[in-house]
Design a protein around this ligand. Structure first.
Ligand code: 5GP
Ligand code: ZN
Length: 123
């Protein structure tokens, strides 16, 4: 397994956590603070600080990671969903171990705001 910094929250979740799904090199967990009816995180075992370092993944592993994201969403029963990666603190990244958000299962806050804005514009 690639080296995992002791102090990294997601390295420790990969080591000891409760997964909703596990694959070779990746796990999926439920987000502790869900922003949608279904909010999962896909976390690679390989520690890189952010998506900026995606080049550290061998090409096959990067492809398998994307497939793991898609398969996890499908197995969660989602057909329509968002995949989000926050890169850097000002973009909302709070845990500095690459992870993919899967958000689905109903209207989401930004969509609600967009609907509300459309409704106001139509008044
Ligand atoms: P970021 O803000 O870095 O893109 O996403 C980090 C995510 O990790 C947040 O959505 C946050 O709710 C979630 N999170 C933080 N600590 C924990 C934890 O201990 N367990 C789980 N399952 N999710 C966590
Ligand atoms: Zn880590």
């Amino acid at each position: 397994m690639p080296s995992q910094p002791d102090e990294c929250l997601f390295c420790s979740i990969v080591r000891n956590g409760t997964y909703v799904r596990q694959g070779k090199g990746f796990v999926a967990v439920a987000d502790i603070n869900p922003q949608a009816p279904v909010h999962l995180l896909v976390i690679p075992e390989r520690h890189v600080d952010s998506f900026r370092e995606i080049g550290e993944f061998p090409a096959r592993e990067a492809k398998r990671m994307l497939e793991f994201v898609a398969d996890t969403a499908r197995e969660a029963g989602l057909t329509d969903y968002k995949v989000q990666v926050n890169v850097g603190p000002t973009a909302g990244q709070t845990v500095f171990h690459l992870h993919w958000h899967i958000l689905g299962g109903g209207p989401q806050p930004l969509e609600d705001q967009a609907h509300a804005a459309t409704a106001v514009a139509e008044l």
